[in-house]
Design a protein around this ligand. Structure first.
Ligand SMILES: NC(=O)c1ccc[n+]([C@@H]2O[C@H](COP(=O)([O-])OP(=O)(O)OC[C@H]3O[C@@H](n4cnc5c(N)ncnc54)[C@H](O)[C@@H]3O)[C@@H](O)[C@H]2O)c1
Length: 307
């Protein structure tokens, strides 16, 4: 059993990770300011601090709790919002992350695991599925700031010997996904469809994504605690699908229309995204287990259960 901090543990992926870590017998502490997370998602067996990751109070929590492992998931996750307000995105995703890292160093955490992005870090690339060895040219402040924090992790390892693993997720979906802003097209399509409301399709719908189910992602995060491998690992289904095909799939499974209103494409939006998961198999012994049809079914069932 380990003492583990999950920043962003009230969020979609974070709260699912907290459930898994507690199920494995770990003692879990959550730091989250509930910007996009929900207190009722936090497992009652976890200890919860409702604070901002940028706050000076973070140091007091590290001093008191003595964490062995830190999962850093708290973030501003909306690419569109990062384009509209890059300074705020930098404050949360770089300075907030640096605050967590500094405390990991001072309080001698054994390892930090970072939730990074594969979907927004490589930029447009010829290599599809994209491996971790492709140069990174992010097209948004969000991607740039995630990459910046990745570089800080490597710096803290080289200079202070703080161990780390970086997981670069493709587009994650599943129950509890935040539906505000522009994050999570599957969550938005399903939520609106079960409420018989319209969703907005930005651009021509031929932009592609690679969707990975949240339980698979959380299993990868859990495994990352116990590997001795630094550097970046893509976590993805490894299958490219465009948004028109995705809409059709959801309609077939839901047996109801996904109503769409078309609007122009967004600034900073990537055209194609699909990540290779070969390295994850090699170094993490991880492969996705839940395909898109099964994952969408589970997400629809959850969306209906909270109507
Ligand atoms: N969902 C995806 O497709 C995806 C893909 C790649 C990477 N990621 C990364 O995974 C992580 C989790 O994302 P998610 O999809 O669960 O999003 P989410 O918005 O549900 O979770 C983020 C959590 O961070 C909290 N938070 C935000 N700003 C904070 C602050 N300043 N201080 C404290 N807490 C703060 C939010 O309240 C929320 O609970 C993020 O780091 C995100 O960048 C997500």
């Amino acid at each position: 059993m380990s003492k583990v901090l999950v920043t962003g543990g009230a969020g979609f992926i974070g709260s699912t990770l907290v459930d898994k870590l507690i199920g494995e017998g770990n003692e879990v502490v959550v730091i989250d300011n509930l910007f996009s997370g929900r207190e009722d998602y936090i497992n009652p067996q976890a200890k919860f601090y409702n604070i901002d990751i940028c706050s000076a109070e973070v140091a007091g929590i590290f001093a008191k709790e003595n964490f062995e492992f830190v999962y850093h998931l708290a973030a501003q996750i909306d690419v569109g919002r990062s384009v509209a307000d890059p300074i705020n995105d930098n404050r949360i995703n770089v300075l907030g992350g640096l605050n967590i890292l500094e405390n990991c160093r001072v309080y001698k955490v054994a390892k930090i695991i970072l939730a990074s992005t594969g979907g927004a870090i490589y930029g447009e690339t010829e290599e599809i599925p994209t491996t971790e060895y492709v140069p990174t040219y992010p097209l948004s402040p969000y991607g740039i700031h995630k990459l910046t924090l990745e570089k800080y992790l490597n710096y803290y390892y080289q200079v202070y010997n703080l161990n780390y693993t970086i997981l670069r997720f493709s587009n994650v979906y599943g129950p509890r996904q935040y539906k505000g802003g522009e994050a999570g097209v599957i969550a938005i399509f399903i939520d609106n469809a079960v409420k018989n409301k319209e969703s907005i399709m930005y651009g021509d719908g031929l932009q592609t994504r690679d969707f990975v189910y949240v339980d698979d992602v959380v299993r990868a995060l859990s495994l990352a605690r116990n590997i001795d491998c630094r550097g970046e690992i893509n976590i993805s289904l490894g299958k490219e699908i465009n948004l028109l095909e995705l809409r059709k799939n959801i309609e077939e499974i839901l047996e109801a229309p996904v109503k769409i209103k078309n609007e122009p494409g967004k600034l900073g939006e990537q055209r194609r995204s699909c990540l290779s998961n070969v390295r994850a198999k090699d170094v993490l012994n991880w492969e996705p287990e839940i395909g898109l049809t099964e994952g969408v079914k589970r997400t629809i069932n959850w969306a209906k259960s909270i109507l």
